[in-house]
Design a protein. Structure first.
Length: 257
């Protein structure tokens, strides 16, 4: 479980990656940022309407609609999901880092998460860059990196078995990750799980998003989670395919030896 004592807080990360959702030539800026980092910090998301408008400027949401306001996914403590497997995001509990919808054959490529109410305490967003994670494993534990490249490393849902690091060719890789009780790890990968989880812990970054702030992430590169929280925390999430060209996966010069 993620706690505030084992992650580094990055007060300036949001400012470094910030883009105002209302700025002109928005797509050009977002495309450039996504090409280099796979992550954009977004300000000006102060209402469901603003979140939906920005989402529709940068992505096609049709295949991944939510059931909340304006077809967005509403992420809050419902009071009804505390003991339901795979639904921790709808409770006050911490959520381990994961990629969005890894149980789908084609997970959404872009994910937007926006803070409408940060709550009273906790609830910070946790990030892990899959490019950094994979490079680290290739250098430190190439056996572990190789194990999670296997095409049936894990069953992420009833019909999807896939690698954690999908080799797309030409040294490009895509991240697919889930850590809750739904995922079923293959016998070949289970011995390497402690190494993977230690590496995930080592590369966690934490960002406290305030009202109107959000993150747009490349879901094939970044894993996200959150710390436990108290109070009426409400986030809105949108998922979809990019309205601009996005190269498949991330580039890594590191390979398992």
């Amino acid at each position: 479980m993620t706690t505030s004592t084992d992650v580094a807080f990055l007060d300036d990360l949001f400012t470094y990656y910030e883009v105002d959702a209302r700025r002109p030539r928005l797509l050009d800026v977002v495309q450039a940022r996504m090409r280099h980092t796979g992550l954009v910090a977004v300000s000006g998301l102060t209402s469901p309407e603003a979140v939906a408008k920005f989402a529709d400027r940068v992505m096609h949401r049709g295949v991944y609609p939510g059931k909340g306001p304006l077809r967005l996914h509403e992420i809050r403590d419902t009071g009804e999901h505390a003991h339901r497997l795979g639904r921790a995001e709808l409770t006050r509990a911490a959520v381990d880092v994961h990629t969005c919808r890894p149980d789908l054959v084609l997970p959404p490529r872009l994910v937007l998460m926006a803070c409408i109410n940060p709550g009273h305490e906790g609830g910070e967003t946790v990030l892990v860059d899959g490019k950094v994670l994979f490079g680290d494993l290739c250098r430190r534990r190439p056996d572990t990196a190789d194990a999670f490249l296997h095409e049936r490393a894990a069953a992420f849902g009833p019909t999807v078995s896939a690698p954690v690091f999908d080799d797309l060719g030409r040294r490009r890789y895509a991240l697919r990750l889930r850590q809750d009780g739904v995922v079923r790890w293959s016998a070949a990968t289970q011995p390497y799980l402690p190494v993977l989880r230690t590496a995930l812990q080592r590369h966690q970054q934490v960002l406290a998003l305030g009202y109107g702030q959000g993150l747009l992430v490349d879901n094939a590169r970044w894993a996200t989670g959150r710390l436990a929280f108290a109070g009426p925390r409400v986030f809105l999430r949108a998922e979809g395919t990019a309205r601009f060209r996005v190269a498949a996966g991330f580039v890594s010069g590191a390979v398992p030896r």
